[in-house]
Design a protein around this ligand. Structure first.
Ligand code: MGD
Ligand code: MGD
Ligand code: MO
Length: 775
């Protein structure tokens, strides 16, 4: 880049918004300005500019001291790091990748690297890693995701499709057509700040206001009143966590009992309702799922359940279920039961009504959008290794190589992993039961991480390479639900010795003899132009007219014209179910699935059902651990990203992540706001700063995810976590044998005062050692 003498303004973008950065002649960030088309830019827009030069940036490649001595001490997270040169680090990695491949085969390499990384279509770290490892002979990949993994796996059996983010009704249709919106898990405004690949325009606050002005009635079914924006003055049904299916069954039973079901819809569009109805009525198991039964489980009064059922049946109703509800034990069931309940109401396929999964879980899914707009894309290439593991089971894989599990109707065998390569994700953020996970992690031969910052992922690696951030490179934003292609331009030179993930992989590829196959002779701008022109040709074939790459890059944005009509979820199917058969065996919505029946899974029966979660307020464990812990997405950051930025640190309480309790629960424990509390169960313990709130139901504790994992004794599984990372206490079992997805919302804890809390060290860089001192 040239070095200009005056301040410049450069456009770049993140998962949470497009912005302009003003930089001075020395390359210092002066200020950031939101994108002109964004009515409500998020509060933490400036987090990246603020942290780009943080003292926590990794200055140069580093190797764990014990690893460098080839002792394989397996004390990851508990040792200093030795700074090394780039060539030495790259040689070390290339040799190790070759050794593992030669001695153990490519199945010993785990490359399913999970994580949100950065926005941008070229420098998407997990993609550049997979392209590289594929050419190295392959890697074990992951299946599914942490966000909506249970829905992803069960939806094909119900609807014959797995495009979960398309199973959302657009806001405009809701405002135009719905009278009643019943939201299981609410639709917290904070979640719409972001979208994978980049939120461009934040419009949700306006939609809530329009919905309120249209007189639409909202019902927030959640342990937290804050899950729905105050503007819509929602009725709040504060059920016990993880009991949504029981409540839905109670509503369904009332509909049946009072003759309020749409029988015609069920007969014409659904398969197997009668078998479900036998369960609902209790004929098949002796337990009628009536409102009284549901009330005992959910603690929602019988009258509330019955009256809600009646209103739902007599209104133009939309039922929505948040992704959080399926991130729990038996998370497949709320998804199935949501669709079943909507089918009983008979409004599926009508504009603004029916059901939605994850309405408002991210920014874009409630917006009208073109189907399948082309996007500039870096090809991943083939992966010769066919072994894969469900993403939530990675810790289990590391601990139990050779074990078999059931997964989606198949038996899979865990591989023996020797080397784990992780870029663009934070395993000490996304995995459940971190103490058990750390035990598995310590069994690996080698862990390689690229990170911009000394965060928990970097601190628990053997070899750490400093990665650039978005501000230090060029890229293109092209998110599925935005009509924009946005140029993301390099704002500053790479900080310290940081390199782009793509360039790091290219250097490794050339050491391993497939450099050209990896780069195909293109550098960063070469790839961007190539990816852009390919997408442009596809767009032209669809009748759009994006300019050529240079013109796009100079202009900075291309906006697609809006779609001419808004799609109605399952609208075609409703209009003509024969011509638009679903891809299920019956061609219809399967309320009973013979395919799932054939799997004989006790934890995922053939129709939606209430199955007791492993831990909940109604279980025996609640006598020892009487609080259900909810760990929701954070307001001031994206997961663990920029936890070290001022926007996130301002929200800490007594230096730790805030844990919210109902006043009764605080009082009965003698706790006052600002106390440092110890939150614990049999799996672990963490510290947090107490806040006392009236928006939670009693018996529920709530903490945001994303506090950087900060164990009192680095590297030792089971030590006290000092900063407030909820995954120290969460479970790491699978939702069921069908989806094997994550269950982090299913967890009971106890909370007590911590009188002499150790200081938080999450934001102190690790100790660096000279090579000689560790011999
Ligand atoms: N208890 C609990 N746990 C949860 C959840 C929950 O609700 N409760 N939610 C789950 C869900 S839905 C999700 S999606 C996951 C999220 O889990 P993750 O996606 O793993 O979380 P992030 O903090 O976004 O991690 C991204 C990492 O990539 C790094 N990074 C950013 N840009 C770059 C880059 O260009 N190069 C490199 N090399 N690195 C980069 C960031 O510094 C950060 O460390 O967490 C899951 N975990
Ligand atoms: N600002 C910000 N926004 C984000 C993210 C972020 O990190 N920061 N992450 C994004 C990602 S990756 C994802 S997957 C989505 C996730 O979107 P969601 O899964 O919808 O988000 P959460 O905040 O985890 O959960 C929403 C609410 O569900 C409620 N809840 C939890 N358990 C239950 C239950 O058993 N029953 C009921 N009825 N309610 C329950 C909690 O009160 C919680 O506040 O959010 C995205 N949005
Ligand atoms: Mo997610």
């Amino acid at each position: 880049m040239d070095a200009p003498r005056t301040n410049r303004t450069v456009q770049t973008a993140s998962h949470w918004g497009v912005y302009h950065v003003e930089v001075d002649a020395r390359g210092q960030v002066v200020r950031t300005m939101p994108f002109k088309s964004d009515p409500h830019p998020p509060s933490y827009l400036a987090s990246l500019p603020e942290t780009v030069r943080s003292p926590l940036r990794i200055a140069q490649p580093c190797v764990r001291a014990g690893y460098l001595q080839r002792e394989r001490t397996r004390n990851r997270g508990g040792e200093p790091f030795v700074p090394v040169g780039w060539d030495e680090a790259l040689d070390l990695i290339a040799h190790e990748l070759q050794r593992v491949k030669d001695e153990h085969g490519n199945e010993a390499i785990y490359g399913g690297s999970y994580g949100w990384a950065s926005a941008g279509r070229l420098h998407h770290s997990p993609s550049v890693l997979k392209r590289f490892l594929g050419l190295h002979g392959g890697y074990v990949d992951k299946r599914g995701n942490h966000s909506f993994g249970a829905a992803l796996q069960i939806a094909p059996y119900i609807l014959g499709r797995s495009d979960i983010t398309e199973m959302v009704v657009p806001w405009a249709d809701v405002v135009a057509s719905a009278e009643l919106v019943v939201m299981f898990g609410g639709a917290s405004l904070k979640n719409t700040q972001i979208d994978a690949g980049g939120a461009v325009a934040h419009e949700s606050p306006d939609w809530f206001r329009r919905a309120a002005a249209a007189g639409i009635r909202f019902v927030n079914v959640s342990p937290s009143r804050q899950d729905l924006c105050a503007d819509v003055k929602a009725d709040w049904i504060a059920l016990r966590p993880n009991t949504d299916v029981a409540l839905m069954l109670g509503i369904a039973h009332t509909l049946e009992k009072e003759g309020l079901c749409d029988r015609e819809f069920l007969a014409r569009y659904c398969e197997g309702y009668a078998r479900f109805e036998a369960y609902l009525s209790g004929r098949s198991d002796g337990h009628p799922k009536d409102a009284r039964w549901a009330s005992r489980i959910t603690e929602v009064p019988v009258e509330v359940i019955e009256s809600l059922a009646r209103t739902m049946a007599t209104s133009r109703t939309l039922v929505t279920t948040s992704w959080s509800i399926q991130r729990a034990d038996h998370g497949e069931q709320p998804v199935w039961m949501t669709i079943t309940l909507a089918a009983m109401l008979g409004q599926i396929g009508l504009p603004g009504r029916g059901f939605s999964l994850g309405f408002g879980a991210v920014n874009g899914t409630t917006k009208p959008h073109h189907d399948g707009l082309p996007r500039p894309t870096l090809p991943l290439g083939p992966n010769p290794v066919k072994t894969y593991v469900p993403v939530g089971r990675v810790g289990d894989v590391l601990l139990r190589p050779g074990a078999t599990i059931e997964y989606d109707g198949k038996t899979i065998t865990y591989p023996k992993t020797r080397l784990l390569y992780s870029i663009g994700g934070n395993p000490f953020h996304h995995n459940g039961n971190l103490n058990r996970f750390l035990e598995g992690w310590q069994r690996l031969d080698t862990v390689i991480v690229h990170e911009p910052w000394w965060n928990p992922a970097a601190r628990h690696a053997d070899i750490v390479l400093p990665a650039t951030t978005t501000m230090e490179r060029n890229d293109i934003l092209a998110q599925e639900y935005t009509p924009f292609w946005i140029a993301m331009k390099q704002v500053i030179e790479p900080v310290g010795q940081a390199r782009n993930d793509f360039d790091i992989m290219a250097s490794l590829a050339s050491r391993l003899g497939f450099g050209h196959a990896y780069t195909q002779g293109r550098d960063e701008m070469g790839w961007l132009a190539h990816m852009y022109e390919q997408a442009r040709a596809q767009a032209q074939a669809l009748g759009f007219e994006p300019p050529d790459f240079q013109a796009f890059w100079d202009e900075g944005t291309y906006e697609f014209p809006p779609p001419s009509e808004s799609k109605v979820l399952l609208g075609d199917f409703r209009r003509d179910p024969a011509a638009h058969r679903l891809a299920t065996p019956s061609g219809r919505i399967e309320i009973y699935s013979s395919t799932i029946a054939g799997y004989h899974y006790a934890d995922c029966p053939a129709h939606p059902a209430w199955l007791e979660p492993a831990e909940w307020l109604g279980s025996p464990a609640a006598s020892r651990f009487p609080l259900h812990l909810l760990s929701n997405q954070p307001t001031p950051r994206l997961h663990s990203q920029h936890d070290h930025a001022p926007a996130s640190r301002r929200t800490k309480v007594s230096g730790r992540e805030a844990l919210a309790l109902h006043p009764d629960d605080a009082r009965s424990r003698g706790l006052v706001p600002g106390d440092v509390v110890r939150v614990f169960n049999e799996r672990g313990a963490f510290l947090a700063g107490l806040v006392v709130v009236d928006h939670l139901r009693p018996g529920v504790a709530q903490i945001s995810t994303g506090a950087w994992f900060d164990p009192a004794e680095g590297g030792r599984p089971g030590s006290l976590e000092k900063h407030g990372n909820p995954n120290v206490v969460t479970l790491d079992r699978g939702t069921s044998q069908l989806a094997q997805s994550t269950v982090v919302q299913t967890v009971l804890v106890q909370v007590e005062k911590c009188d002499s809390p150790p200081p938080v060290t999450a934001f102190d860089p690790p100790q660096l050692a000279a090579r000689s001192s560790c011999r």
